[in-house]
Design a protein. Structure first.
Length: 190
């Protein structure tokens, strides 16, 4: 039978919460009865704990670049190109880092909010409603032009001294030809 968790914590000079956490993450093991073998736990703790001055293992075989120790106690380490922290680099070729993904997400949110604000201000219109309105106005304009020869042909015939029916047919043919030319233009809404 080994030590209790609290006794082991006092033995190591740490909190019992730290011991609970070490057991939970598998840094140290316990006996079948839940007690701790102090000597075995010390060895496991040392083996499974990364100290602050040690280089932690990084996923996929990437290693953190380290600076060689100074030659004199007061000498500063020389800067090299290998001094960058590779933990923020993408783990696979072509991947994106968390920072890049967050940046893209924030840009999309900003653009979405800008569009919503423009809609609330009435600066944007619904595309389908706009197309329907243009179609409706075009039909009204076309119908007005098609009815125009019938309204004006008799008055023009009297003032010109020509046959009213001949004037009506001539004006109607000219208006239809003109509307046919206008109808050949296609409007592209992007």
């Amino acid at each position: 039978m080994g030590m209790s968790i609290r006794a082991y914590a006092r033995y190591r000079g740490i909190s019992d919460t730290a011991v609970h956490k070490a057991i939970k993450v598998g840094r140290i093991g316990t006996e079948a009865d839940g007690s701790i073998d102090a000597q075995l736990a010390d060895i496991e703790w040392a083996k499974n704990t990364v100290m602050a001055n040690e280089t932690p293992p990084i996923a996929h075989g990437l290693k953190r670049a380290t600076t060689p120790p100074p030659t004199t106690p007061n000498a500063a380490p020389a800067a090299t190109n290998n001094d960058r922290d590779t933990t923020t680099a993408p783990l696979s070729a072509g991947g994106t880092s968390l920072l890049q993904a967050r940046t893209v997400n924030e840009v999309v949110k900003a653009q979405t909010n800008k569009v919503k604000l423009a809609q609330l201000k009435g600066e944007l219109v619904d595309r389908s409603q706009s197309i329907a309105r243009i179609y409706q106005l075009s039909r009204i304009e076309r119908d007005a032009w098609l009815n125009w020869p019938a309204r004006i042909s008799a008055q023009m015939a009297v003032s010109l001294g020509v046959n009213a029916h001949l004037m009506h047919v001539t004006l109607e043919t000219a208006v239809r030809d003109h509307l046919q030319e206008l109808g050949e233009h296609k409007i592209e809404l992007n």
